[in-house]
Design a protein around this ligand. Sequence first.
Ligand code: KIV
Length: 270
Amino acid sequence: MSKQTETVRRMTVPQITRRKGKSPIVSLTSYHAHTAAIVDKHVDFILVGDSLGMVMHGMDSTLGVPLDLMIMHGKAVMRGTSKALVVVDMPFGTYEESPEVAFRNAVRIMKETGCGAVKLEGGAQMAPTIRFLVERGIPVMAHIGLTPQSTNVMGGFKTQGRDRDSWQSHRDDATAVTEAGAFAVVLEGMVEELAALITKDIAIPTIGIGASVECDGQILVLEDMLGMNAWTPKFVRVYAELGPIIEDAVSRYADDVRNRSFPAEAEVYR
Ligand code: KIV
């Protein structure tokens, strides 16, 4: 469990829930200690998202992310932070089978990383699992709308709610995860009108990613907003273009090694 000491005083799950309708909740993903330490100063919660499989490990989707990898990155983010609530994603295959399997794997995540909550994808069909975990002391953030672990069923990364006929089932998902005890819910890739309706419907905060300013809070993948990926989705605002900056630094270093100007006098022990 993370300690609430003089140096470590983290945002808590009830504090996040109480922010509904008050001030916007700020969140980013982070996967390792050094970026998490920077992000920690500015956000309410950090998500160790399973997007790390694609962003950090070059996978084609999040489906191949193992539980041990989430735990390793979760531990790193906990070591680098002292203020934000840290939420760790449950990867594909670790919670869908039954509430009991989900509980065992969520316990591993909570015990081994020391994080404050887990996140899992799915709406009404996952509500019994969310209830099972919450009743046993595991705070759960839900995730509905575009759920990347189900893209094979959805037929790709498709914006949700373009067809009004689908709105009721998304609203039912949001209500089901709220009634099951989720403390917040991520709305991913969803048209604005639907995100607005859901945000009004439920008593817990909605955290949007590609779901408009109507949500109670926002989350982005850190590397997306830092301009480090080759492709940027429409909903991302790029706050820095670090990709070209890193490339320039690496190329100048390579030149300096090749032309023997690095290391120079100032960089040598005498
Ligand atoms: O894995 C992830 O980074 C996420 C966010 C996109 C919400 O689930």
